[in-house]
Design a protein around this ligand. Sequence first.
Ligand SMILES: *[C@@H]1O[C@H](CO)[C@@H](O)[C@H](O)[C@H]1NC(C)=O
Ligand SMILES: *[C@@H]1O[C@H](CO)[C@@H](O)[C@H](O)[C@H]1NC(C)=O
Ligand SMILES: *[C@@H]1O[C@H](CO)[C@@H](O)[C@H](O)[C@H]1NC(C)=O
Ligand SMILES: *[C@@H]1O[C@H](CO)[C@@H](O)[C@H](O)[C@H]1NC(C)=O
Ligand SMILES: CC(=O)N[C@H]1CO[C@H](CO)[C@@H](O)[C@@H]1O
Length: 401
Amino acid sequence: MKSFTSLLLLGALAYTAAADELTDIAPDDVNGLNVTQIIVDSSNSGIDLSLLNCTTDALDFINTAAVVANSTTTRRRRKRANTGNGIDVHSHLVFPWYQDLVPTTGGNPTPDWTLEDHLSFSAGLSITKTILGNSAPQANVYFGNKALTVALARLLNISVAAIRSLYPKKFDFFCVVPLPYVSDAIAEAKYCLDTLGGVGITTMTNHEGLYLGNSALDGFWSYVNSRTDKPIVYVHPTTPYLKVNGKYVEANPTLYMPGLVEFYFETARCYMDLSYSGVLTKYTNIRWIAAHVGGAFPSILDRMIKSLGTSMETTLKSVYNTRVFWDSAGPTYPSQVKGLLGYGIPKSQLLMGTDFPYAPAGSYTGAMAGLVNDLADFTQTDINNILRNNSIALFGKKLNL
Ligand SMILES: *[C@@H]1O[C@H](CO)[C@@H](O)[C@H](O)[C@H]1NC(C)=O
Ligand SMILES: *[C@@H]1O[C@H](CO)[C@@H](O)[C@H](O)[C@H]1NC(C)=O
Ligand SMILES: *[C@@H]1O[C@H](CO)[C@@H](O)[C@H](O)[C@H]1NC(C)=O
Ligand SMILES: *[C@@H]1O[C@H](CO)[C@@H](O)[C@H](O)[C@H]1NC(C)=O
Ligand SMILES: CC(=O)N[C@H]1CO[C@H](CO)[C@@H](O)[C@@H]1O
């Protein structure tokens, strides 16, 4: 009995030691954000960040970024770079520790990224506000392991919240959630939106193979819909998975990397699923951001919608026209967007996104030029609205402008 008690005690001590070690290296004040406090809160609500090997690297990154952001040269450069007024709603950050954890994305090497590169990239395209979100696979790195998924979602949010605190005018962010674990995802979304000030939630097209319309996730949408702050959900594509003999396998039938076009099919599959399942129509408070002007969704829309009956067709179309917003990430202008506009989607539903740094390095300028210069039937006002005003209309006061 005695030795059992001391074993328990030892276990408790080991746990405390790990948590203490983290609070020792966590910063107390990142421009007002107390990371130490967040780690204490996490530990109190049963989230053990010390389970993750990358936590100390993530805290080091925050410490270094805080020192750099504070330096006078950065301050001066930030002031000078403040021209233009674009709002980038589809843009990613890749912490070095996350790149180590996830060396490939969609079959391609996960790109290098630094804060400095992101700031000069944005300045070069006259973007003054970027809403950061995590690209695939977000927190779903440890399939089937809830404790690690929950801890990784939190670590990603702490890290992005720290970046936003350091550059509050430049960056806002979407909250990552540890789906498919519904109650944890609800708790996380609540904390991240209400306490950390995320401007919306980001999910992927599927989480461990569960598409967003799956009834197993219904409780999550019900929670999001119940929020009174006009919730926004930005859905990022990821690799499709199949569960075969209890194991997850990438469902990529071609020889080419899924990031090439499979992500666009994923987006189509996801919005088809959200449409059929009724999630889009049932939860009337949620506004959605569809990546890459909907990927392949416009190409399948008629076939899908005509099979649902006229009444459903009318209802869904009104959702696509009012509560779904379509971002321009990737080279989607000037041609691909016409498929979407062919359905009568108003231009006021179009937003600007870049996909930095995941698109091929040479493609950003051309993608932006396609949006800004190459659409004969877009007026200058339409373009200005896509670059900025439509996002302001969607996010309202959530954005720190
Ligand atoms: C941050 O939180 C820690 C843990 O609760 C606390 O001890 C510390 O005083 C806080 N620091 C600031 C600057 O508020
Ligand atoms: C942490 O690193 C150890 C040793 O390399 C490894 O066995 C373990 O799986 C890692 N844990 C996580 C959560 O990545
Ligand atoms: C940032 O600068 C302020 C004053 O210029 C200083 O009080 C603060 O400790 C610095 N923070 C970091 C992380 O260097
Ligand atoms: C866009 O917003 C700016 C202010 O942010 C305003 O001056 C301009 O008139 C708006 N344009 C349109 C077309 O609403
Ligand atoms: C949505 C989500 O996962 N939110 C978490 C982000 O990280 C903070 C800690 O900084 C958590 O408290 C949130 O729950």
